[in-house]
Design a protein around this ligand. Structure first.
Ligand code: NAP
Length: 289
């Protein structure tokens, strides 16, 4: 059965000529990131969502570099980067201004400029996620907001001078920014601040042609996720309730990150985009009949 485009190409109408062009270029539509340099911040191991995005970037031809927090993770991240060409692997605790300055100075010397930054970093003390939100201490509030939300602002400020026109920043967020997810507590508030920061940073950097977006991922098994009390229950519940009736894979999160860093999403900024099997569109679940 001929496709609609094939039927159109049979006549010599202008629509037919356009359709012919579409047919011949169809195989060429893809994401080509060759020649683009992207820094991925916040990788612990091969299960990290930062690594999931890095894998897809690499598959699309990008050059990637990594930062990790502290000596403890050095070997693991260097192991992942071992086979990659021109891949800086640098330590960076994002709460330390001097470490941020050093990372972007080193990147400036090595790469000269940047086409993308992935922010895959979050932390809240476990005690702040065990009890009631009302009991959050000032210290835990500051830690969670500072590591998980302010760090994006600090990174954007340090990266700004290096980012080329057309560059993009991507951060990772979660639905608990908008609705109550029990136990997520102060981390939900940190994600709200993160999503608001994405909008303000998009406004600040837009005139330079730099975009900023957030990937809102459904639960995926990673080190950070497993440290959230009740994570496995959350994981199962999403698969039960989501329209697609399953969770999401690392690769699906990576693909959305890649898209938002690529020129294919050139008209999108300040946005929170979901990869959660559609869970966030549900308002209610009824018992099975
Ligand atoms: P992950 O592999 O544990 O990555 C989180 C990273 O943040 C770790 O490498 C961690 O380092 C780093 N980090 C924490 N504090 C830091 C600091 N002060 N300076 C620099 N790095 C720091 O877990 P992940 O799930 O991939 O998390 C990545 C992002 O995805 C987070 O923003 C998370 O909230 C978000 N997210 C995850 C899910 C999910 O279900 N997994 C869903 C939605 C959103 P350490 O290991 O040293 O602490």
């Amino acid at each position: 059965m001929p496709s609609r485009a094939e039927k159109l190409t049979r006549g010599r109408t202008s629509a037919g000529i356009v359709a012919q062009r579409l047919l011949t270029s169809a195989a060429m539509v893809g994401i080509d990131m060759s020649g683009r340099r992207v820094l991925v911040m916040g990788v612990t191991n091969k299960h990290s969502l930062g690594w999931a995005i890095a894998e897809r970037l690499i598959a699309a031809g990008a050059t990637v570099g990594f930062t990790y927090q502290g000596e403890r993770l050095k070997g693991s991240v260097e192991g992942l980067a071992e086979e990659l060409e021109d891949c800086p692997v640098l330590p960076c605790d994002v709460t330390v201004e001097e470490e941020l300055s050093r990372v972007f100075a080193e990147l400036g010397e090595r790469w000269g400029s940047l086409d993308g930054v992935v922010h895959a970093i979050a932390f809240a003390p476990r005690e702040a996620m065990l009890g009631r939100y009302i009991d959050t201490t000032p210290a835990d509030w500051v830690t969670a907001l500072s590591v998980s939300a302010y760090s994006l602002v600090a990174i954007a400020r340090h990266a700004e001078a290096l980012m080329n026109e057309g560059a993009a920043m991507v951060t990772l967020t979660y639905y608990a920014a908008e609705k109550v997810v029990p136990k997520y507590n102060v981390m939900g508030v940190a994600k709200s601040a993160l999503e608001a920061s994405v909008r303000y940073l998009a406004y600040d950097l837009g005139p330079k042609g730099i975009r900023v977006n957030a990937v809102s991922a459904g639960p995926v098994k990673t080190v950070a996720a497993r440290s959230i009390p009740g994570f496995m229950a959350m994981y199962t519940k999403v698969a039960e309730m989501a329209p697609l009736q399953r969770g999401v894979s690392h690769e699906e999160v990576g693909n959305l990150g890649l898209y938002l860093l690529s020129p294919l999403s050139s008209g999108t900024t300040g946005e929170t985009v979901y990869v959660d099997s559609g869970y966030h569109v549900m308002g209610m679940q009824l018992p099975e009949e």
